[in-house]
Design a protein around this ligand. Sequence first.
Ligand code: NAD
Length: 258
Amino acid sequence: SGRVGGKAALITGAAGGLGQAMARMLAREGAKVTLTDVDLAGVRALARAINADHPGAAFAFSHDVTDEAEWVSVIDQAVDAMGGLSILINNAGIGGDLVWSEQDTLRNWRRVQAVNVESIMLGCKHAMPHLRTSGAGSIINISSVAGLAAAPGMGAYNATKAAVWMYTKTIALEAAKGGWNVRCNSIHPVFIKTPILDPFVALAGGDEKVAHEKLARGIPLKRIGEPDDVAYCVLYLASDESKFVTGAEFKIDGGMLA
Ligand code: NAD
């Protein structure tokens, strides 16, 4: 029972702020969840916490999303553990260096590309055979408002999140054309309270409250987001409630890009 009862989800970057919120919400609504991250201790602790409330619901594996061989083995292990795979949430991502273009480096670009974009190609490619056989697959790619609108100082991040947005549509159309019963959508959050905002806190002299107030100034609803603001959208896209929705983008931005 639950809105995603009987479904099996793999969440990358699940030790982070958004990943944890999605994992808890999907488990609460009846899904099995495989949590992966380079931070193995982080996903193990989260799996223990989820299993305390929902025995046998959560599994944790070490996973660098830039590595194709790791994708192959993690998907194998997830399918074994959960008895299948119906939902892939490509959530792992990094902000990269907060620098203007003249200070930017190829090293920064390659790293941000690998973690934010190449990971998604690898995940979609290797999960697709399982999502197809599940009969009702859903891929949810976590992009950003930064994939839809630019800001000075985040060139690599902007470019990668725009790539995620467009690649989502390619996958959606291929899956629709193939008649695979797999949907693919992207989510575009504005600033959400997670460790990824640490560089902005550092810019505000380490004062988190001041940093969050500063970031909230450009947002019509006058606050930054909470992880659950994003997790509710993930829940909808993971469930069959969204069965007519594919190739779409969802802004979770307090009106910022309205
Ligand atoms: P976070 O830093 O809390 O979590 C990111 C997680 O990804 C971390 O646990 C980290 O260990 C993991 N990770 C980093 N590199 C990895 C790799 N190579 N392989 C596997 N895991 C790796 O940040 P978050 O806010 O939870 O971010 C989740 C997603 O949401 C990211 O894609 C981010 O770009 C996006 N996003 C966040 C915000 C925000 O303000 N928090 C806004 C828009 C988009």
